[in-house]
Design a protein around this ligand. Structure first.
Ligand code: HEM
Length: 214
């Protein structure tokens, strides 16, 4: 779970950084998107890097969900009778929302890929190639819709909670949370990663909605 989680953290960090190119304008953003497709040519074929990333992400997703299911089964086997008392306060909001948050992120990812990568749906209605084949235009016309921005902001909230608790758990798995001060530092690390990544991702939809990017 921790190893596949680290792959995801690295991916979302780089993806978030790449999205900020939108603040440099349409040409810079689309050039960056195009560069990703021809990266490593002629050593790699066109889209070669992209396919390597896709395969690594898919394998990580299978490992991540598989580990989550195995952990849930193990926890259930240890405690066949449900808790009769309220959960204690030590379990933070983000730890309790890991399963639902993870599921929310999975549903978001399916919509996200249909929207921007696999089908290239423009929810604003104009399905002409001028928009759907232009990553920047597709993004701007999507986030011009308040409800699309809202969906993304809710998803980024789920991502923030998931990253916060996931980072803490991964550090624990790696054996780095073995004292009160290490626990406090691991929590801070979780918040920093969550705020930088989820906050960074939220900037582009918000900038489009408020007309800073158009
Ligand atoms: C506000 C948040 C986000 C925005 C604006 C955004 C934007 C985009 C855009 C424009 C593309 C298409 C790029 C292209 O055609 O070159 C894309 C692809 C993708 N995004 Fe996001 N993204 C966001 C959040 C996320 C998150 C949180 C994840 C993961 C959980 C994610 C995973 C992906 C994946 C896997 C691809 C497909 C890459 C490929 O196979 O071509 N994105 N995103």
């Amino acid at each position: 779970m921790a190893a596949s989680g680290i792959v995801f953290v690295l991916f979302v960090l780089v993806h978030m950084y790449g999205n900020l190119k939108a603040f440099s304008g349409e040409v810079a953003f689309n050039e960056y998107a195009h560069h990703l497709r021809i990266f490593g040519e002629p050593m790699l074929p066109e889209n070669g890097l992209l396919w390597i990333i896709r395969i690594v992400l898919l394998v990580s997703l299978v490992a991540h969900v598989g580990s989550a299911v195995a952990l849930m089964r193990r926890a259930r086997a240890q405690r066949p009778v449900k808790y009769q008392v309220k959960r204690n306060n030590a379990s933070s909001l983000s730890s309790r929302t890991m399963r639902w948050g993870g599921l929310t992120l999975f549903v978001f990812l399916i919509w996200h890929l249909l929207n921007f990568t696999i089908v290239k749906i423009n929810p604003a209605g104009d399905q002409s190639a001028d928009i759907t084949e232009n990553p920047y235009r597709l993004m701007v016309s999507s986030f011009d819709l308040w409800w699309m921005t809202l969906i993304y902001l809710v998803a980024m909230l789920a991502l923030g909670f998931h990253l916060h608790h996931g980072t803490y758990s991964a550090l624990q798995t790696l054996g780095w949370v073995n004292s009160a001060s290490a626990r406090a530092k691991a929590k801070i690390a979780g918040w920093v990663i969550a705020i930088v990544i989820a906050g960074g991702f939220s900037l582009v939809p918000l900038a489009v909605l408020f007309g800073v990017i158009d």
